[in-house]
Ligand binder design. Structure first.
Ligand code: PMP
Length: 302
């Protein structure tokens, strides 16, 4: 497909090939960029649902606070730029949206006073569908919240997740799971993690180091309101997961996916379980604006 792509940079929407930065940029050298990953789910007939847009922009601004940088734009300005860019790109499919607030000083000097700018790009992505994965624990631990608080989605932090995923892939695994520095489970590479045992869900608390995921927050609501399932945030070690009924991962990028094998231990029946499937179906219908109970999370653009 030869679809023209547009990005926002330096205060303007431009053809994506012109959205470039200098190699001397602070963020490129030091990972000083607060960013978001959100989706505009395609509803057909040139309509998209920017799911939980305001929560993503809130988290973006809180990531700026974590970095001690200020945003060049307000919440409402960022929201309206994202909407404009989705419409300008008009991909007839689900569209991943990546806003970035990055440190712009040029040249050497980590501790320079930090000016910032906003850049946004969009990318068409395949529809989410429920998949089954096997996973292994990485030797690399998740960066602790005492270094980067759980709300912070900052590019530099991702080097740890990158190394974890490389290491696990080299050992033949599909997905890297990460523990925190104290040995408790934190999350998966780029996704939050839930365990289902005897009709109850468990997920690591933010103090264990996972990102404060927005899909994670949606799962809390689905369990409570729709499945009548309790979710407990508690610390657990890998051993707690091996005899679980179900384990699933969630995040904006991949939606909800089942883990059916962990470190050679078969989880439940070895196939995606019923609760994971129900949550995935619910997530599909909610993100595609087909469930009026969650209308307040929808932001339809056309
Ligand atoms: N953990 C990490 C490290 C992530 O990068 C992501 C994706 N942003 C998630 C969890 C899932 O977060 P969300 O549901 O907000 O996409």
């Amino acid at each position: 497909m030869n679809h023209k792509m547009y990005a926002y940079i330096n205060g303007r929407i431009v053809p994506e090939e012109r959205a470039t930065i200098s190699i001397k940029t602070h963020a490129f050298n030091y990972g000083t960029c607060a960013f978001e990953g959100m989706k505009a789910f395609y509803l057909g007939r040139k309509r998209w649902n920017l799911f939980r847009l305001h929560d993503h922009v809130d988290r973006l601004l809180r990531s700026c606070d974590v970095l001690h940088i200020s945003s060049p734009k307000s919440h409402d300005e960022i929201v309206s730029l994202i909407k404009r860019l989705v419409i300008k790109n008009s991909f007839p499919e689900d569209t991943y949206v990546r806003p970035m607030i990055y440190a712009t000083p040029q040249g050497l000097g980590l501790g320079k006073s930090v000016s910032t700018d906003l850049a946004i790009f969009c990318q068409p992505v395949d529809k989410n569908h429920l998949r089954e994965f096997d996973a292994m624990f990485s030797k690399n631990v998740r960066i602790p919240p005492s270094v980067v608080p759980s709300i912070g989605k900052i590019t530099g932090t991702y080097v740890g997740s990158f190394i974890a995923q490389r290491e696990v892939t080299e050992r033949g695994g599909m997905i890297a799971l990460m523990k925190g520095i104290d040995g408790h489970v934190a999350e998966a590479f780029g996704m939050n993690l839930f365990v289902v045992k005897r009709n109850k869900c468990y997920t690591p608390p933010l103090s264990a180091g996972p990102l404060d995921g927005i899909t994670r927050r949606s799962i809390f609501e689905f369990c409570k309101n729709d499945l009548g399932l309790k979710v407990e945030e508690r610390l657990f070690t890998p051993r707690f997961m091996y005899n679980a009924d179900e384990v699933f991962l969630c995040g904006t990028g991949a939606g909800i996916n089942a883990l059916t094998m962990i470190e050679g231990h078969r989880i439940g029946s070895g196939k995606c379980g019923q609760i994971t499937r129900k949550l995935s179906d619910l997530y599909q219908s909610v993100t595609h604006a087909k469930n009026s109970d969650y209308d307040s999370w929808n932001n339809i653009v056309k």
